[in-house]
Design a protein around this ligand. Sequence first.
Ligand SMILES: Nc1ncnc2c1ncn2[C@@H]1O[C@H](COP(=O)(O)OP(=O)(O)O)[C@@H](O)[C@H]1O
Ligand SMILES: [Mg+2]
Length: 334
Amino acid sequence: MSMIIAEGLSKQFSRESRPAVDGVSFAVEPGELVVLLGPSGCGKTTLLKMLNRLYEPTSGTLMIDGVDAHSLPVIQLRRRIGYAIQQTGLFPHLRVEHNIAVVPRLLGWERPRIEARIDELLDLVGLPCDFRRRYPHQLSGGQQQRVGLARALAANPAILLMDEPFGALDAITRARLQDELLRIQRKLHTTILFVTHDIEEALRLADRIMVMNQGRMVQFDTPLAILTQPSDRFVEQLTGARDVLRHLSLLTVAAALGRERPTAAPVCEVADLPSLRPQDDLRFALTQLLGSGEASLPVIDADREVGRLTLADLRAMLPRTFAGLEEPTPTSGV
Ligand SMILES: Nc1ncnc2c1ncn2[C@@H]1O[C@H](COP(=O)(O)OP(=O)(O)O)[C@@H](O)[C@H]1O
Ligand SMILES: [Mg+2]
């Protein structure tokens, strides 16, 4: 059964000429990480806020884990839904430990259980235990986001809503937190709806991407499908669907080699020749290939050569939409 089912969900703010969210329908599976992607003002935040009823929909229905969200008391609904935002919303006058404990306290957990949970969460989000006693202003932006994430996860929510949580962070901290989020997601199997306007972030995180424009959902599909089969010009421009390198970064060497390869041969030592691994992405493979000046590079898996990758293999992975592509620069020896 789907975790979240929205049908015809709309939000019309009074005094606004058109709906902020306009008849959106979708289903999210348990444990999926869905990224809501779209330009500023397209309705991402409004949609997210309808899911935990910070906003009541003007029309449409919403089922959370098989229950009509409207039929539940708001408190009961939000107990199951964590919420993390860019400004973190941490209480400045509360220490880290008390910020994290807000929801468990509300729920009346016993003190020892709360204490244990705080330690567990700090460990989960990668903060040292002695950060418990700090106040938010004594933390960096990235550390504050980690506390925000810990707080959102405190009561073991089945669903986590995240609204541009890493938007204010520098690129390195941001990439690190994206990795952490994926690790936590794999560990906890939380269903996550993650809002961003950053296509790279969406491609990195998403199982599926929901593209929005002017309150409407224009496409809901896997990152690869969004790039290779954009539903219209808007999606194509938003995602840079024609960007060959971006496309290659989503495919692996293993996929390019296919299955009908000769059986593995033992690797003979070739000094200084770069090699590839099956799990490497094709953007990396292209860089290695062009950089080496070789016509092909060996693919090594568990110390055995399982095939050789050529430029032709890479080119064969590009869809016909790239037909007008220039020939790659010839390399020496080809
Ligand atoms: N509380 C509100 N009252 C009136 N209009 C709002 C409110 N919140 C958002 N809007 C309007 O709804 C539209 C979508 O906003 P929002 O959901 O915040 O977009 P996004 O998160 O994609 O940037 C915008 O035109 C915005 O001005
Ligand atoms: Mg927003």
